[in-house]
Design a protein around this ligand. Structure first.
Ligand SMILES: [Zn+2]
Ligand SMILES: [Zn+2]
Length: 510
């Protein structure tokens, strides 16, 4: 049983609701990375499992656009210092391309969700507040301020200041949420009185004129949206953490049953720096993250989804975009299916790495290379597009994450200097390989593979040395991709000439 089915079963067994709302949410304060994606993939898997079990369920995503900017992150220009404390929805886009700071990070993320084919209802916190959806929850929180403070103090073990309020008014003058203190409120007119550090004293509306503090907001939102299931990072699940306080606030203040919790472990990023590997938590502000859209330029959505889907939420995932990602793609194509459709799906990703490098990034040349490798070129536009797409994934992976041993270049001329290291026996191998191409017909990958072994035996050297001679003659390095595939993808006349030249035909001939 997949973990999502086990969770769905437990939800149905424990709760009586006939309609489930699975909630996810992220504060869009920076690039939304694949660590954040785990929450959505878990929510999506559980929602699908519930639906498969005949239960009505939907998945929602709440963008915390009304959260204040906590500090000026390293990727922000110095003038953003003035925006610290303002809601993300009210700050200009640092890239200058969207309507606000939060939209700048949300829009590409939503595009990625489309590509991942995740059906999700999107809500923005600033819109929810401005539309008045929170008014009742704000009133209840203000009226029960002392009870809330008691709950939070008991759960977190921290003492709250005397002027603490569950509501943070938005200052009319400086636009900050983080610098105001509530001095009173008017339940009938839905207004809150405040004083700000900037010196302003004012009155603000409960509809968009401020927000509930995070722990209170979370519980209020459960009730407002009818949330019954929620995946969240394990830190929220720690004793004394926000889920513990949310549970009590939901029950004691809002008379609502807290959602079924699905705490999950982090995705750790394995970064390579030279020969060393470093495992680190993903963090947008520290620059140790890979935005989802960037990964989707290297692997198709189904692989990214699979990477997260296959691991139980309580296990951490170590994401290594280098060799480990390639192994995972191999495994996926072997066990689940080839990436793309038609020919693109038939040719393994690993082989694409060879093909695109032989073709040097030229699409027409790539088609020629594919034809030489023994595949028929499709005429169907969609199939051609699938080839183009897979080639782009391969190129991007090679460029960004491939260790050097995966990169090669077929040498345009004979690498004379390196050829000096070849032994006479190795040269004989190359000569015999040249002779194997009798006409202009190239051999297939399988035939080449066998041929190299056969020739090595005839000459009386280790196959490894025979392969080494082939790589040096073609790539000017002693190792390379699978030789059969490489040779089959090259032009027959070119190969024959190159092997002859590298063998020094004419000299040393018996
Ligand atoms: Zn933008
Ligand atoms: Zn102010």
């Amino acid at each position: 049983m997949h973990w999502s089915q086990a969770i769905a079963k437990a939800i149905i067994a424990q709760r009586g609701e006939r309609r489930h709302v699975v909630a996810t949410g992220i504060t869009p304060s920076g690039d939304i990375h694949i660590g954040n994606l785990r929450e959505i993939i878990i929510g999506d898997a559980v929602r699908n499992a519930l639906v498969d079990m005949g239960v009505d369920a939907k998945l929602i995503y709440i963008a915390d656009t009304f959260d204040p900017l906590r500090r000026r992150y390293p990727f922000l220009p110095p003038e953003y210092e003035q925006h610290v404390g303002k809601p993300l929805s009210e700050i200009p886009d640092p890239g200058g391309c969207h309507s606000s700071y939060s939209e700048h990070f949300l829009v590409p993320f939503f595009e990625s969700l489309d590509e991942l084919d995740i059906r999700i209802e999107i809500l923005r916190a600033d819109v929810m507040y401005k539309s008045g959806l929170y008014v009742d929850a704000i009133k209840a929180a203000l009226v029960q301020r002392d009870n809330l403070a008691k709950i939070l103090e008991e759960i977190s073990g921290r003492h709250l200041p005397d002027d603490w309020s569950p509501f943070s008014p938005l200052c009319d003058v400086c636009g900050r949420l983080s610098s105001t203190v509530v001095t009173g409120y008017d339940i009938t007119n839905n207004e809150v009185y405040y004083e700000c550090e900037c010196g302003h004293k004012g009155v603000t509306s409960m509809s968009g004129g401020g927000k509930l503090t995070w722990r209170v907001d979370w519980a209020a939102r459960w009730k407002i949206l009818g949330v019954t299931v929620e995946p969240f990072g394990k830190d929220h699940a720690a004793p004394g953490g926000s889920y513990d306080s949310g549970k009590r606030i939901a029950h004691e203040i809002y008379n609502y049953r807290a959602p079924y919790p699905i705490p999950f472990e982090h995705i750790l990023l394995k970064l390579r720096e030279g020969d060393k590997a470093r495992v680190t938590a993903m963090s947008s502000s520290r620059g140790t993250n890979i935005p989802i859209r960037e990964i989707l330029e290297v692997v198709p959505a189904e692989i990214l989804k699979h990477l997260i889907w296959r691991v139980r939420p309580d296990r951490h995932i170590e994401f290594d975009p280098s060799t480990a990602l390639l192994h995972m793609i191999d495994e996926y194509e072997r066990e689940i299916g080839g990436i793309g459709k038609g020919i693109a799906a038939e040719i393994p990703f690993r082989h694409f790495l060879t093909l695109v490098q032989v073709a040097r990034g030229d699409f027409n040349e790539l088609l020629a290379v594919i034809r030489r490798s023994g595949y028929e070129i499709p005429t169907d536009a969609e199939e051609l597009a699938a080839i183009r797409k897979k080639a782009r994934y391969a190129q991007n992976w090679l460029q960004r994450y491939a260790p050097p041993e995966y990169r090669f270049e077929v040498q345009k001329s004979v690498p004379d200097e390196s050829l000096k290291q070849l032994t006479e026996a190795q040269k004989r191998v190359l000569r015999m390989l040249a002779e194997a191409i009798s006409s202009d017909r190239n051999l297939s990958a399988g035939e080449w593979h066998n041929k190299i072994y056969e020739v090595a035996t005839t000459v009386g050297i280790e196959p490894k040395q025979a392969f080494q001679a082939v790589y040096i003659a073609l790539l000017n390095k002693p190792s390379g991709p699978r030789a059969g595939w490489l040779l089959a993808s090259l032009d027959a006349a070119f190969l024959r000439e190159r092997f002859e030249a590298a063998a020094g035909t004419g000299e040393n001939r018996k």
